[in-house]
Design a protein around this ligand. Structure first.
Ligand code: PEP
Length: 256
């Protein structure tokens, strides 16, 4: 299902993964901040947990929102090494990334744990950015849609339509993340339209028309325009090209 709905505000999100210190995070945001006052998109920066206070302070009352890169579903307790949604919210985060393929690949996250994290995020009024995407092997075996359906149905189970409207989906083909190999705009559009169809089936067409679906996977200043021109691509979740102010700024400017 495709849609011509134009009311979705674009969103450009920086996923810094395990990069930058608190001082480097603050310096980045201080440099970005005066250049994005009139941005035509929402701007999200997801630094490592220990950099969140510095990032929130540097962002101040600007248009830059800070995100966690993950959360645990319990509020507090004996869970060494984990960070809860309540903690992210108290630290000033407005968003949280859930189910990134690196979490699925290296930290054994499943659609079920994605769903538990998602429920916890919504309870804490954090805007979840839920990542889905197929591996190269799955794509080559013609399983892309089956994988996306399974991740969507399992990861987004049990939500009301009103809750779903606050969720952001990120389509991130695993083979395109950090590889320099981007999905073509047409290939990405096809997957985004398919995901919008999943939302319509599991919820309704009104909800499907409202949910923002980001593309992630080697988005760069020189390929962002073609991606953003697609009807169902509402922005980007960006790793490598979000680590320098100039390239992230170019992406922000292209998101309109
Ligand atoms: C990501 O971290 O989600 C990502 C898409 O990384 P990159 O832009 O480096 O491919």
């Amino acid at each position: 299902m495709s849609t011509t709905e134009s009311s979705r505000r674009p969103l450009m999100a920086a996923n810094w993964k395990m990069h930058k210190t608190p001082a480097e995070s603050a310096a980045f945001i201080e440099q970005l901040r005066p250049q994005v006052n009139d941005a035509a998109c929402d701007i999200v920066v997801a630094p490592p947990f220990v950099c969140i206070p510095a990032a929130v302070h540097a962002a101040g009352d600007s248009v830059i929102a800070i995100s966690g890169q993950n959360l645990f579903w319990e509020t507090s307790g004996a869970y060494t090494g984990e960070v809860s949604g309540a903690m992210l919210q108290a630290a000033g985060c407005r968003y949280v990334i859930i189910g990134h393929s690196e979490r699925r690949q290296y930290f054994q996250e499943t659609d079920e744990t994605v769903n538990r994290r998602l429920q916890a995020a919504l309870k804490m009024a954090l805007i979840p950015i839920v990542c889905v995407g197929e591996t190269l092997q799955e794509r080559e075996a013609g399983q892309t849609e089956a994988v996306l359906s399974r991740q969507f149905e399992g990861g987004l189970r049990g939500l009301s339509a009103a809750e779903m409207q606050n969720v952001v989906i990120a389509y991130e083909p695993v083979w395109a993340i950090g590889t320099g190999r981007t999905a073509s705009p047409e290939m990405a559009q096809e997957a985004h339209a398919f995901l919008r169809g999943c939302i319509a089936r599991q919820f309704d067409t009104r909800t499907a028309a409202k949910v923002r679906i980001l593309y992630g996977g080697s988005v760069k200043p020189d390929n962002v325009a073609g991606l953003m021109a697609q009807a169902d691509i509402d922005g980007g979740l960006v790793g490598g090209a979000s680590l320098q102010v100039d390239s992230f700024l170019a992406l922000v400017k292209a998101a309109r």
